[in-house]
Design a protein around this ligand. Structure first.
Ligand SMILES: NC(=O)c1ccc[n+]([C@@H]2O[C@H](COP(=O)([O-])OP(=O)(O)OC[C@H]3O[C@@H](n4cnc5c(N)ncnc54)[C@H](O)[C@@H]3O)[C@@H](O)[C@H]2O)c1
Length: 277
């Protein structure tokens, strides 16, 4: 479209009307996309026309996400994949790369553990390390060579408020999320010259099965009280929603955010900066 504004005036030329945050022709891989935040991110990216690959160790959940995406006339595929298993990760990534470039990787799969150092057993520590840290390592290591070859890529990691501040009884979880934050900086620094960007999102409590699961397991018969207590720890007075996290992820995945790398985005109802500890 060409707009003439009269003799001597500026004129603007548009080849097309831009749709903000469009992910048309982009391929995105979302780990742990079968539930909660990952499910919301998968659907949101698909609804902006990305082709989404949903990886989850619970294949049925990944299929449900893809079913929902397809019912709404968007596109994607479900994959069975345990992110802590490097062979499984390499196989799935290789399979995807046979037919398309991976533009976006969202390292979202993560697990929780409640406890301080005394009641965190070695196997709890290893389990959290394997999924929350090695999962990010495995998936990023698998996609980066392809992104390097394409001279294009974006990695988004799900960190947490626990990456930056002390949270009671979250010893193993905080250890892993601190590592997610620093892996983000490290990858961003090493690959900025290859046009690969890396950022992370640090939510406070978001109401997902992850939160319901740990309240049920760790505070039986006190679930309602704990839910209210956890809601109040955000100065804004509630937990976040998966969609709010997905909307931030969408922005970060879009062309509009292409100046951003090596950044940590708090989305926490004021948890980190407004709580007086
Ligand atoms: N919910 C919160 O309050 C909150 C806050 C801060 C950060 N986070 C982070 O956000 C991410 C998503 O959290 P959520 O609340 O949506 O969790 P969720 O439990 O609802 O979903 C996690 C998904 O990851 C999958 N998963 C778990 N282990 C896996 C593995 N080894 N391989 C592949 N998939 C695996 C699960 O099957 C599930 O589908 C996590 O990394 C979590 O640490 C969550």
């Amino acid at each position: 479209m060409i707009l003439f504004l009269g003799k001597g005036a500026c004129h603007f030329k548009y080849s097309r009307m831009n749709k903000k945050f469009s992910l048309k022709n982009k391929t995105a891989v979302i780990t742990g996309g079968g539930s909660g935040i990952g499910k919301a991110i998968s659907f949101t990216l698909a609804s902006q026309d990305a082709f989404v690959h949903v990886l989850d160790n619970q294949f049925e959940s990944a299929l449900e996400t893809i079913d929902h995406i397809k019912k709404n006339n968007f596109i994607g595929v479900a994959h069975q994949c345990d992110v802590s298993n490097i062979q499984e990760v390499n196989q799935v990534i290789l399979e995807i790369c046979k037919t398309s470039n991976i533009d976006i990787l969202v390292n979202n799969a993560g697990i929780a553990h409640v406890g301080n150092i005394e009641n965190c057993q070695e196997e709890d520590l290893d389990r959290l390390y394997n999924v929350n840290i090695k999962g990010v390592y495995n998936c990023s290591k698998a996609v980066i060579p392809f992104m390097k070859k394409n001279k294009n890529g974006l990695i988004i990691n799900l960190a947490s408020i626990a990456s930056s501040v002390g949270i009671s009884d979250r010893f193993a979880y905080s250890m892993t999320k601190g590592a997610v934050l620093t892996m983000t900086y490290s990858i961003a620094k090493d690959y900025v010259k290859d046009n690969i960007r890396c950022n992370c999102i640090s939510p406070a409590r978001v109401h997902t099965p992850f939160v319901d699961g740990f309240i049920k397991k760790n505070y039986p018969n006190e679930e309602k009280k704990m839910f209210e207590n956890l809601s109040k720890t955000q100065p804004i007075g509630r937990m976040g929603t998966p969609q709010e996290i997905a909307d931030l992820a969408l922005y970060l995945c879009s062309e509009e955010a292409k100046f951003i790398t090596g950044s940590n985005f708090a989305i926490d109802g004021g948890f980190v900066t407004l709580n007086s500890h």
